[in-house]
Ligand binder design. Sequence first.
Ligand SMILES: *Cc1c(COP(=O)(O)O)cnc(C)c1O
Length: 370
Amino acid sequence: MVDLKSQYLDIKEDIDYSIQQVLDHTSFINGPQVTTFKKNLEDYLQVKHVIPCGNGTDALQISLMALGLRPGDEVITVDFTFAATVEVIKLLGLTPVLIDVEIDSFNMSISALERAITPNTKAIVPVHLFGQCANMEAILNLAKKHRIHVIEDTAQALGAEYIFEDGTTKKAGTMGTIGTTSFFPSKNLGCYGDGGAMFTNDDELAVKLKGISNHGMSQKYYYDVVGINSRLDSIQANILNTKLPYLNIYNNKRQQAATFYNRAFTDIDSLITPKTSTFSNHVFHQYTLRITNGKRDELHEYLKSQNIPNAIYYPVPLHTQKAYAQEYRDEGNYINTNTLVQQVISLPMHTALELEQLEFITKTILTYLK
Ligand SMILES: *Cc1c(COP(=O)(O)O)cnc(C)c1O
């Protein structure tokens, strides 16, 4: 699905040097490279504060902790996402309220959100799934009206840009109260281990986020709140310093591959290509098709037999998972998610896809479907 080796070999000298710099300096934790990365990412995102941490799951957990939510508070998120988004809500004793997504964008349904908000709702966690922003303008308006916090899960959409109705643009993750991301190796900006970060324009929140990620420490050996230990190490930070200047180029390469796929798949009845919203560009963390003739599983097996990597993100709705089974499980609330889990299939998507590979993948699929 991804080709991290080619990407590394393209910039091997720079990466090797960035690692060697940390080895020479030996500040493996909280070294100057971490501060540099924080500043570099603040510049790139045009956001006041970036707080690096250990991974994208921690980033979500620390964000929820910083908002001072209490057990029983409701946090609305989507049924169609990676488990990390909902597990942290449960871990903190909060009540996840899983809602449906839109069938064509795979992102949070605004009508479902409107229905789900109650006086107990304290936060909304939209996920910018597969590389495209959720409908943030509508989400932010509802959040403002009901005085609810918004945490944007940007693990799959770093570098994506949201276009507001007045024409202004903002980077994914910088619109809500807090944005979170992951630098897991296969994400759009990946390091060579685990890594994550939080973003905010709120000075006070930035202090809290930093404190919580460092054992709840406000000043050396003074603990005002219970925190956790979650750090981006210096080697990962310096790898990210080397890779950040390539993020737009990488996202561009993903978009070019997506354009090739889209062109090849026009006018096929049994297949729907990913829709790009009017209010967001798409950085294609995943290129996800919908197979509408009921033969998704067959196609999945066939592609495997042809040695074409492909994956089902996600095969089971969260609301039916044992760990997250909702008390209120009216299937009528999950019509789109229940449909998508049977239709979606993601094709190879990365920064080193060659024309011959794209041709082979699309030809194989077209021959099979026709
Ligand atoms: C990858 C991912 C995460 C978690 O990131 P980690 O760094 O693996 O903890 C959270 N949310 C979404 C939507 C993701 O894709």
